[in-house]
Design a protein around this ligand. Structure first.
Ligand code: DAK
Length: 259
């Protein structure tokens, strides 16, 4: 499936692969891309045959080189605010998506592209990938919660260095500071990403959804509340058919068959 907003949607078994597809402009993001991404995520969230989503960029040069600067240049205070609200709403949907979302970063992940990748659960980088928040070079600031997510992922000082300088870092540095989960040879990016995702899609999806909630929401609480929240979700997991199946399968010395 393809549409005018430059988002390709493909399936590889239980995995939906969404490709930002405007390689001539290094897959720069427009409002239309966000609208298509939002509609696609809503559809995939309730599609029980989909157990994970992979986001990537078309071509071998860029994941996403940021918001489309030709569009940014036309914004005024009100339209910038509207665009920011739309984008943040969609990026929040990535984070709240009830199944794993993995970014396969095949090149530049800059500005809004880096911010979008940071909302994913995991980031796998090609060894050719480069990351940056270059907004200060344009006289603006990150607008898709990059100041918040980057600081939470890599710490305040490293986030400030990247954001204040606007300079790019390479994949090895991104790996060292914890911005990505792992770096793989560019030619193996999709193969290795799908292999990693396959080690999640054969597990209990209801359990993974609860784990995601516990981590993402719990980390925004103080430790005691986060631990209490985990206990509540732990209790809830016992209401799922997957818990009955998983526990019984272990005791019966067989592999579980999760629905
Ligand atoms: N937007 C539009 N076109 C872009 C683009 C972008 N972000 N990045 C690259 N392109 C286009 C180039 O203009 C060029 O087009 P043609 O000249 O061929 O027509 C084509 O892609 C290839 O790029 P280059 O020729 O520049 O390729 P190079 O290999 O020489 O350089 C580069 C690659 C990634 C270093 C360079 O293209 C670059 O610096 N790109 C811009 C990176 C950047 O500054 N990104 C924007 C960050 S700011 C918000 C709205 C949006 C945002 C936030 C908030 N609100 C409303 C609140 C987002 C902001 C950002 O993302």
């Amino acid at each position: 499936m393809s549409n005018e907003s430059n988002l390709l949607v493909e399936r590889d078994g239980a995995v939906a692969i969404l490709t930002f597809n405007n390689p001539k402009a290094l897959n720069a993001l427009t409002a239309a891309t966000f609208e298509a991404l939002e509609a696609t995520l809503e559809e995939l969230a309730t599609d029980q045959s989909v157990r994970a989503v992979v986001l990537t960029g078309a071509g071998n040069k860029a994941f996403i080189a940021g918001g489309d600067i030709s569009v940014l240049a036309t914004l005024n205070v009100e339209s910038a605010r509207q665009f920011a609200l739309l984008a943040q709403q969609v990026i929040d949907k990535i984070e709240a998506f009830p199944k794993p979302v993995v970014a396969a970063i095949n090149g530049y992940a800059l500005g809004g592209g880096c911010e979008l990748a940071m909302a994913c659960d995991l980031r796998i980088a090609a060894d050719t990938a480069r990351f940056g928040q270059p907004e200060v070079k344009l006289g603006i600031i990150p607008g898709f919660a990059g100041t918040q997510r980057l600081a939470r992922l890599v710490g305040k000082a490293r986030a400030k260095e990247m954001i204040f300088t606007g300079e790019m870092i390479d994949a090895a540095t991104a790996d060292r500071i914890g911005l990505v989960n792992r770096v793989v040879p560019a030619e193996n990016l999709m193969k290795e990403t799908l292999a990693l995702v396959a080690t999640m899609t054969d597990k209990s999806m209801s359990a993974i959804t609860l784990c995601k909630e516990a981590i993402d929401h719990g980390l925004e609480m103080d430790f005691a509340r986060g631990a209490r929240y985990e206990a509540d979700l732990f209790g809830l997991s016992f209401a799922t058919p997957d818990a009955q199946e998983g526990l019984a399968a272990f005791l019966e010395k067989r592999l579980p068959k999760f629905k």
